[in-house]
Unconditional design. Sequence first.
Length: 291
Amino acid sequence: MRLSPGTPAPLELSKQISKGRYSVVPANAQEKLPLLCAGREITQPCYLIERDDYPFWVLELITEGAGTFHCLGNNYAIGAGSCFFYGPRLPHRLCSDAANPLHKYFIAIRSGKPPKLWTQAGLLPGQHRQLRHTTAVRALFEQILEEGEQGGSETPAIVAALHHVLLLKIGASETTSMPHSDSARLYHAALDIIDREFTQIVTQQEIADRIGVTPEYLCRLFKRQQSISPYQLLLRRKLNHAERLLRNGPWNVQAAAGAVGFSDPLHFSRMFKRQLGYTPSALWETGEGRG
């Protein structure tokens, strides 16, 4: 479906655009394609997008112009051939050079996790990849946009196939040399997620999903940097915080367990004793945590 001026869009579109074309392909369970929006934009010189969160995963290809992309503590200079994506719970900043505004294609997908095809193509959330040759990739973005504008009965199936080929092409594209610090950036991104969200995160899988890698690869990243596994670090953050709650405030064991993401107080107590050498109830019974 073509989005004409005034048509409600399923996602927030920037108003800082000199010229834009957009189309939407509804979710299609048969083709395993979630709601998808495609677009081509020429930005205004003042273009600046700065978000703490966004409900869609957005894949961008820069075709002309210059600017910067900031995500996961990294600041990238972007221009023709720059390819990257961002999404839920990933604060990001995208800015155009006032003297050389960005021209770009994008695809936006509503999904709980980073789209598997994107990570299989060698793209990682918040990480920049510089493609050497983009003619075929640009043509596939354009085909997806055009097909989405048709809105026929076969559109979801055709767009799903084009999307698959697009990511195969990106994965096969030659890139400029990338720094060897990518693994270090991913490691620090995982650390940052644990530090900020340890009370909500329950499993190592959740951390891996957030940075677009497998749990096994995540463990290898941690093994290179320190002896503790990501899950052990997550557990240590939870239990140390729970201990502070029990010592310094009017928290009982069940409340402290819930505050750090344990639904079962008995499991929480067992893990607490295994890690800290005494039970949380023993700490509570001393009266330290009663204020």
